[in-house]
Design a protein around this ligand. Structure first.
Ligand SMILES: N[C@@H](CCC(=O)N[C@@H](CS)C(=O)NCC(=O)O)C(=O)O
Length: 210
């Protein structure tokens, strides 16, 4: 078994779990829960991954893999269904670009959340949170325009996007913006409608944040 150092709230862990599930590898992944944040790191995890982040994957021979994109690359080598998740050629390159956009949205969203949840009030800097939320909004707009939600494929672009939308609904980092709760759905109506239609997919159901 490979060990996946994880948290049930991490959208990057979720992406790895969904890919594993879609590739038929879920039963090869042992989920090992870790509790951490940038200000309360996990000493044992820091030994495994210098960045102290999850997901981190421990292979059977003890090799440690990070980050989520490297882990996904490894899972793809283990499956004969890899092309369903990552097509070959130019299409594959654009799929990886979309994954980078969804991951970048999450990086910005998570940084803004750390700023508002972790940082003591007197040290908070609203211009910085605004800058991160602007990135989230731009990435969401970009995904709305660039993800083709027609068709039944569930490739890495759609998987990463679904994990990003699921995290946005779970943490609601844009709620303080002008249109409140509805804000993100107004930015990406097509994507959120599509997300509703796929959220009962077994790989997504099995990895819901909670
Ligand atoms: N680029 C990384 C991002 C992973 C990441 O940001 N994980 C968060 C949890 S969602 C984390 O471990 N945060 C702890 C920290 O930043 O110290 C990946 O794709 O795996």
């Amino acid at each position: 078994m490979m060990k996946l150092y994880s948290s049930v709230t991490s959208p990057f862990v979720r992406k790895v779990l969904v890919v594993g599930h879609e590739l038929g590898l879920a039963d090869q992944l042992e989920v090992v829960p870790v509790v951490l944040s940038p200000t309360a790191t996990d000493a044992a995890l820091n030994q495994r991954n210098p960045l102290g982040k999850i997901p981190t994957l421990e292979l059977e021979d003890g090799t440690m893999l990070f980050d989520s994109r490297v882990i996904v690359t490894h899972l793809l080598t283990l499956s004969d269904k890899a092309e369903l998740v990552l097509p070959r050629g130019k299409k594959g390159l654009l799929t990886l670009r979309a994954e980078a956009a969804a991951d970048g949205l999450l990086d910005a969203g998570i940084l803004s959340r750390y700023e508002t949840v972790l940082r003591p009030e007197q040290y908070r800097w609203s211009a910085w949170v605004d800058g991160q939320c602007d990135k989230v909004e731009r990435a969401l707009r970009w995904l709305e325009e660039n993800i083709d939600t027609t068709g039944s494929s569930f490739d890495l672009a759609k998987i990463a996007t679904a994990c990003a939308l699921g995290w946005l609904q779970f943490r609601k980092p844009l709620n303080d913006r002008s249109q409140g709760e509805k804000h993100m759905e107004l930015i990406a109506p097509k994507l959120f409608t599509w997300f509703e239609s796929v959220r009962s997919r077994p790989s997504l159901l099995a990895s819901e944040p909670h």
